[in-house]
Design a protein around this ligand. Structure first.
Ligand code: FES
Length: 167
């Protein structure tokens, strides 16, 4: 069983906020992913399907549709690099290469750094185009980036300090 009693109780309460029980699935997926080191196992998806009264394929369909859910293990820090037009025009590709060079990661879920600390992903527009180029880490946006700012961000992540907000 992947869902603890505590999580089940939390999700029962969560469901009271929605007109339909299954509407709690996405926040539950987020919560489970956070609890499980950044990814969702098949067992978690099956338990969630059972909990929400859904077919496992439906839960898998939701989890695999949205890029913020990961179905394979990730590093301690997931750096999502926007590569859409505004960011691309302002150097996103060079920034991505710089991040990969500094972390030892390759872009994609199979490219986690050898030390297991960093996963670097290419992602679609994050809605911060006016402050391109940008990356998202642990739910925080880091905008108007250049290599020096990225180096400071990586140093904070390496040190365990909270790397928060755009700078
Ligand atoms: S194009 Fe990168 S945030 Fe919109």
């Amino acid at each position: 069983m992947a869902l603890s009693d505590a999580l089940r109780a939390e999700f029962e309460e969560l469901c009271t906020h929605y007109p339909e029980r299954r509407a709690g699935l996405i926040p539950a997926l987020h919560r489970c992913q956070d609890e499980n080191g950044g990814w969702l196992t098949p067992e978690i998806l099956e338990d969630l399907a059972d909990f929400f009264g859904l077919a496992p394929v439906d839960v898998y369909g939701v989890a695999s549709f949205y890029p913020m859910f990961r179905l394979r293990p990730v590093g301690e820090h997931v750096i999502s690099v926007c590569h859409n037009i505004s960011c691309a025009l302002r150097g996103a590709e060079a920034l991505l290469e710089h991040i990969c060079e500094r972390t030892g990661a390759r872009p994609g879920l199979d490219g986690t750094s050898p030390d297991g600390r960093f996963t670097v992903l290419r992602v679609e527009c994050q809605g911060a185009c006016a402050n391109a180029p940008m990356v998202e880490v642990h739910g925080e946006y880091h905008e108007d980036l250049d290599p020096a700012k990225v180096d400071r961000l990586l140093a904070e992540l390496q040190s365990g300090a909270p790397a928060r907000g755009a700078r």
